[in-house]
Design a protein around this ligand. Sequence first.
Ligand SMILES: [Fe+2]
Ligand SMILES: [Fe+2]
Length: 205
Amino acid sequence: MEPVVDPPPSVLLGSLRRQHETILLATGALRSFADRHASRAPEARKILGYFVLFFRQFLDQWHHGIEERLLFPAMVDAGVPESGPMGCMLREHDDGRLQLDAFAAMTSGVGPLSEREVLVLRELAGRYAQLLEHHVAVENQTVFPLARRVLLPEQLAALDASTDEVAAAWGQTGLDLQELGETLAGRFGVLPPLLGEEAARCPGA
Ligand SMILES: [Fe+2]
Ligand SMILES: [Fe+2]
């Protein structure tokens, strides 16, 4: 019987999983802020602006940027069909970016949020959180394990090297954004839902 050899650890996938944890904490904080704090916060628009900054830069530009420019293309090169789970993930990235525009529009108003704006914010935050929580669950449970299966050790190592370059390019900005997410989570957050509650929404996921 041949010995079972574990694949080498992947810095890239480990890093993406840790970023998911920060993203989920900030997502829970956004929902909690919308549900419990926004109607009473005189600076609700400013706080919402911090959430938008975090999700635009940490999530969309950094985290999704690594998935879109490094991980997913490598998986396609390794033979995973573009139309499979990664295609679904890319559509959800775009969907999330569009949803975030609606939050950004609310930050440009003046004064406290109106009752109607608070209701809209709750609706938006609930939908956005649902999207991200499902998205993270599918990546953690399906896409990342698939990457471990299809990518050769040397391909994973090459991705790790590229990840180091991306992290170096972000430098202090990335750390500041991570801290912003953790600060928002500490101020407004509640515990995120268990990741096991995955819905098979994506064909092939
Ligand atoms: Fe993603
Ligand atoms: Fe992700």
